[in-house]
Every structure is written in C-alpha cells, then in structure tokens.
Design a protein around this ligand. Structure first.
Ligand SMILES: Nc1ncnc2c1ncn2[C@@H]1O[C@H](COP(=O)(O)OP(=O)(O)O)[C@@H](O)[C@H]1O
Ligand SMILES: O=C(O)[C@@H](O)C(=O)COP(=O)(O)O
Length: 415
C-alpha cells in the first residue's frame, strides 16, 4: 500500500520492471473490484494518507491490508516517500506499528533509498543528491517540510517500537550477514531497522536479506532490488485519444523547473489563490473556457495549469479564518480535470502526489495499469473509471521526479 498516488505508480513501475504483473487501485478496492485483481502478481493500493491524522491513516492502511490479505497476498510493502515526507504529527510510524502488530512480525526494515532519483541513506541520514534532506528543497515543502535528515530521530517519536540504524558496512557483507544483523536487532524486541543503502547493489542485498519478511517499508527503490521474475511486465497500454493537459499542484523544485521549461512552449495559466478564495467555481470555469479556446485553435497542443511558479507563490499560512491555499489549489485542479474531461481531454500529466489524489479521485478513476516509463518512478498508465468505456491516460508524476522537459516530451509515448 502506498501513502499517495504518485508513490503508488512509482512502486508499481518498479514491480513491473522486475517482471511482476501489477495493478494500482485508487483507494481500497470494493468487493466487486476484487475478482479483476485476483490473477495478478502484485497489487498496489493507493491511499491519500500522507498528510492525514495518524488515526485516519492507520484505519485506511489496515483496511487496505485486510483487502490485500483477502486477495491472497502474503507479503506487504508499506510505501512512503523516498524523502520520508511526514507531517509533524507524522503517520509513518503509527501506520507501520499497526501493520507490524497486525502481521505479528518483530522487525521491519526502513529503506527510503532510491539511488536512481538521488535518494541515498548513509549512517541513517537521508541525502537528496549531494545534500542532506534537511538542506534540500524538501525543507520548503508546503505540507511536509523536512528539516531533519536523521531518520532514527524522525521516526523515533512516531513509534512505540525501537528504531535501530544498520550501517553500510553490514549491508556490504552481503545478504546472510545483513539477515543475521536484522535477527539480532529483533531479538531485543519489536523494532525498525533503518538500513543504509547508497546504490542499487545495496538495495539488492537488502531485498535478498528480507525475502522472507512479511512486511518491508520504504520508497520504491527496495522493490527495484528484487531479483527479476521475468522480462518487464508492461502490458500494451490502450492509448485514449483526446485533448491533453498538464495539471501541476506541486511546489517542488523539479516541478518548478519543468513549469519554467514548458512555459515557453505550452499555453499556460497559473492559479490565483486570492481569486480562488473569492470565487473558486468562477476561476475554474474561466480556466475551462480558456482551455477550450486553446484546443479549438490547436487540438493536439497540451495546456498547462500550475500553482507555483516560484517559492514566493507558496502561502505558508492562510489569512485568519480562511481555507488553506493547498486545499483550494487541490480542489481547483480537480475541478479543472473534470471540466477538461467534459471538453474532451483524455490525456493528463499530473504533477504532485496530493494533487494526483485529488485529480484522479475527481475523474472517478479506480484502477491503473502501467504503460511506458517516462523517467525513474514516472510512467504513463491507463485508468479505468466507472461509467467511462474509454478511460484516461494518466502520468502521475511525483513533484520531484522527471527531466526538465517532461511536460513537453511525455506525449511522444502516446503518439
Ligand atoms: N500557492 C500555494 N500555497 C500553498 N500550498 C500550495 C500552493 N499551491 C499548491 N499548494 C499545495 O502544495 C501541495 C503539493 O503537494 P503535492 O501535490 O503532493 O506535490 P509534491 O509531489 O511536490 O509533494 C498540494 O497540496 C498543493 O495544493
Ligand atoms: O518515493 C517517492 O519519492 C515518490 O514515489 C513519492 O512518494 C512522491 O511523493 P510526491 O513528491 O508527494 O509526489
């Protein structure tokens, strides 16, 4: 299960790359949706729990666990962000505590490392590229600013269990030595092992050492460490013809760069938070009219609607008595998606995990099958929605992933 929607497609892409036939369900699948999932090798339940209060995140994660067990799943992956995104009342610990208790297991590894995207863990500290997490752009995240890179220190106040670091030299001794170190750690009582990993070989060692663990936790990198079960299990993804749009609610550095790179090429509009506060429906209707005009002139050209061009656009606290900008923006982009779909849009790149949750929920999409990869952790998918026979093509892009030109180059894969 994944705590946001971009994270879910990121994990699914890793499993597909390792040869596992995988689907993503958006929210906990209903009983009627289970038969279609029965023959797969892996299922990712996408939850929108990253910023939820701990009790709510725990309840939804346990509901997901229950359904996955009913499907016959025997091993579980608790997917959170590779930058360990967590609110001050963090729910990574409470969710993992509940999963461990339910699965009656004494140890779970904590492995956010994802070297392909520059996330590494050394001596229990999380790095983004060559910076500590706390010195990376993640310190400015509007919802989950990360100001501490020491994962033991971040996780300890969130959990009733012990948190122990496992250093790189132990990993480099290989799977047997690491498995022994993990067993020794668990002998002292239920605990988390924050395992160092700086490259994909380290992830392969951790995957081998935890092959019999009922629960692992981490970013998607650990899934890439699995031995391949076969060639990549990418199904031939249906391409749904229609208008194209980029909806970017992320304020992350990579997305801001992608917006700057695309603005010279794509027709674009920035959401105006004060206008949204005054008249949210009117603002969305105005953007929908603008997009329809653009598509009338150039039907194949994507339009770009974004929230944050520079960090100055980020509202850190709402005016007294007003709704937070984050909520207004998520609702507005969801409203744009629905209005654009009514105008014939079928292909969406959505930037941001929370944003993706809002947009995909508003479109009524329940399930995704992955298609071509666009970047590490980012893929096209085909989404099926109740009452829509054609569905949508969706690329749910983590705010911090993807090359600078992804908003303009991603469409080639659908041509
Ligand atoms: N101007 C703004 N001020 C404050 N928050 C904003 C603003 N624009 C967007 N946001 C919010 O920032 C959050 C970005 O989170 P998310 O979509 O998960 O992106 P990322 O993948 O970069 O984490 C969303 O909730 C979005 O609505
Ligand atoms: O692990 C990751 O970094 C991503 O899969 C992820 O969870 C991204 O979250 P957002 O940056 O909020 O999209």
């Amino acid at each position: 299960m994944a705590d946001d929607f971009t994270g879910a497609t990121d994990l699914a892409a890793s499993w597909v790359a390792r040869g596992l036939r995988t689907a993503v369900t958006l929210g906990v699948p209903t009983p009627a949706e289970l038969p279609a999932l029965a023959d797969l090798d892996a299922v990712v339940v996408a939850l929108k729990t990253r910023t939820a209060p701990p009790a709510e995140a725990v309840a939804r994660s346990l509901a997901a666990l229950g359904v996955l067990r009913r499907l016959g799943c025997a091993r579980f992956y608790d997917k959170y962000c590779s930058t360990f995104d967590s609110t001050p009342r963090g729910n990574i610990g409470p969710v993992a505590d509940a999963l461990m208790a339910e699965l009656d297991t004494d140890l779970a590894v904590v492995v956010p490392s994802f070297p392909a995207n520059g996330r590494t863990v050394y001596r229990g500290h999380l790095f983004v590229g060559d910076r500590l997490l706390s010195e990376s752009s993640m310190r400015h995240h509007p919802l989950t600013p990360m100001t501490d890179s020491d994962l033991v220190r971040v996780l300890t106040p969130q959990t009733v269990n012990r948190v122990v670091p496992v250093p790189l030299p132990t990993v480099r001794q290989g799977p047997a030595a690491l498995a022994g170190a993990l067993r020794a750690a668990a002998a002292g009582g239920r605990c988390y092992a924050v395992v160092d990993a700086v490259d994909d070989d380290d992830l392969a060692v951790i995957a081998a050492a935890t092959a019999d663990h009922p629960l692992v936790t981490g970013g998607s990198g650990l899934a890439l460490g699995l031995p391949a079960a076969g060639p990549p299990a990418t199904a031939a993804m249906p391409v749904v013809p229609g208008r194209r749009a980029v909806l970017a609610g992320s304020a992350s550095a990579a997305t801001r760069g992608q917006i700057a790179a695309a603005r010279g090429t794509l027709a674009s509009r920035r959401l105006d938070v004060s206008a949204l506060r005054a008249d949210p429906a009117g603002e969305v209707a105005g953007i929908a009219r603008w997009a329809a005009d653009r598509w009338a002139a150039a039907p194949d050209e994507p339009v770009l609607v974004y929230a944050v061009g520079s960090l100055d656009d980020v509202e850190t606290a709402p005016p007294p008595g007003q709704r937070p900008a984050a909520e207004l923006v998520e609702e507005a982009l969801a409203g744009c998606a629905v209005a654009f779909a009514a105008a014939g849009a079928r292909q969406f790149l959505v930037a941001g995990g929370e944003t993706s949750g809002s947009v995909v929920g508003a479109l009524g999409v329940r399930r995704l099958e992955l298609g071509p990869a666009l970047a590490p952790g980012v893929s096209w998918a085909h989404g099926t929605a109740a009452g829509r026979s054609d569905g949508y093509n969706l690329a749910l892009k983590s705010g911090n992933f993807g090359a600078p030109d992804i908003f303009t180059t991603c469409w080639k894969a659908l041509s």
